[in-house]
Design a protein around this ligand. Sequence first.
Ligand code: 26A
Length: 355
Amino acid sequence: MGRLADLGSNRGRQNGVSKLFAIGNPLLDISVTEGAEKLLSQYALKSNDAILAGPEHTAIYEQVRTTLKPLYLAGGAGQNTARAASYVLPAGSVVYTGSVGSDNFANTLREANDKEGVESAYYVRQDTPTGACCVLITGHDRSLVTNLAAAQEFSVDHLRTPQMKQRMDEASHFYIGGFFLTHGIESALEVAKHSSQSGKTLAFNLSAPFIPQFFKDQVDQLIPYADIVFGNESEAEAYAQSHGLEDTSAKGVAKHIANLSKTNSGKDRIVVITQGALETVVAVGDKSLTSFPVSPLSKDAIVDTNGAGDATAGGFIAAFVLGSPIPECVQLGHKLGALCIQQNGPQLPYPKQNL
Ligand code: 26A
């Protein structure tokens, strides 16, 4: 930690700027373990998946709240990454935006961000509730059923307010959760173009297999602006399938995405594909394709895998913001992923671990 904090005051602060601006869907996770198995079969859900709730899922939230004992935890994939990055970065380095309602769920999200030193620069809706994600934990799997509610009402106008423009001007790095592309391509492109035109760094996360599968056009519009792309092995495979790639392996897809055209041609695109406990693959343009082993965690140490990928991305991007070389970014990503897996939901341990 000491070393990374030191870096924060030196290499990361070129021109006095080393701030991360993240955008996504702010959600409250409603998480259950006991009774989860039954709900999976009742609602015909896959044990390890992330989906948008359809009308057939509407009743699940009330059922979980009234018949089970859920944990209410701050979620939203991009917001989890913002909090994880802020766990490492000096306080006040991370700002997160997305759309919430004017309710207690939003207050819980603000409190979690405050705890990690993330500024909640929300777009607040008066008449729509904050979004929620029902998290069903079975063993090492998690099934996510999301009702976006206020999250999908985000407006590009929020980014054009003087306050938000200032925050974007102050940022050196940007992070867009792929889930945001389900509704927010206009806002995502506004952020992406700002990043590209001002020579800053944009990171993007594929987020879930259904994003490259069903939101392919939006992903293809955004990737030219992305300097860093995160994903896992199933997202990589979904990307390969929707793009008709022969090689659907993590390495094949990482290499492919790293070599796609880029608006910011001065720097190579970095693609980071995690594969759970298997090695993480990193492609850097056409320059390198490297595998980084993951230190195994004993099965008993795993509490729940919800948010582990987000924490991994948060660790990587935090180290990157601090100017660390790629192997150190991967290492910090792996560390935060492992710490997250040992907590309930998308949380990191307190007192803070020595990183
Ligand atoms: C648009 N969808 C489906 C979503 C999400 C989402 N975050 C944004 N948009 N569906 C699930 N999540 C979040 O993913 C985290 C785990 O990676 C959950 O809130 C959970 O905290």
